[in-house]
Design a protein around this ligand. Structure first.
Ligand code: FES
Length: 170
């Protein structure tokens, strides 16, 4: 033998590993990574589909703004607190908890008492509404002003009939 070594041996190591084992290992690693990505993609897509199914199941309704019967009527005379501007009355309209706030001699707000954060029922404390669950706080206009960060309370449409002293809410 001339003592010459194969090109593989000249590279300073036995390239048998490079040609027979490493590509297979690399292929295996690649396949594993691909599987991981595919699995991850599948899980993300599954999550999106599950969220879409949940929304479809509840008809896309906003759980923090439960519907009230169309044209619900409230007799303002039934709630002495509403005789004065800034007065608040808690009512239930078709099972939906609503806070009515008198904002002037001729105007009212009707706010959902369901907290936009996770659905607690807000309570009135003076000139604020506070959620007992995580402490979100709202002013009497329903605007979020502190505590647990969330959006403002849902506002229903109101129409005041000053002659009959009735409030129509929908
Ligand atoms: S549910 Fe109201 S602050 Fe969380």
């Amino acid at each position: 033998m001339s003592g010459s070594r194969s090109g593989r041996e000249n590279a300073g190591h036995d390239c048998g590993d490079c040609t027979s084992k490493r590509p297979a290992e690399l292929l295996s690693m690649y396949a594993t990574a691909e599987d991981g990505i595919a699995r991850r993609t599948f899980l993300v897509q599954s999550g999106i589909l599950a969220a879409m199914a949940a929304l479809a199941a509840c008809g896309g309704a906003d759980s923090t703004a439960p519907g009230v019967p169309a044209n619900s009527q409230v007799n303002v005379n039934d709630f002495p607190a509403l005789a004065n501007v800034g007065g608040v009355a808690m009512v239930s309209l078709g099972g939906a908890p609503v806070a009515i706030v008198r904002t002037s001699s001729t105007s009212f707000l009707a706010l959902s008492r369901v907290c936009p954060h996770q659905g607690g029922i807000v309570q009135q404390f003076g000139t604020r509404f506070v959620c007992p669950v995580h402490g979100a706080t709202f002013d009497l206009n329903g605007s979020w002003i502190g505590g647990q960060r969330t959006s403002s309370l849902h506002q229903y449409t109101t129409t005041f009939d000053s002659t009959a002293n009735t409030l129509t809410i929908s």
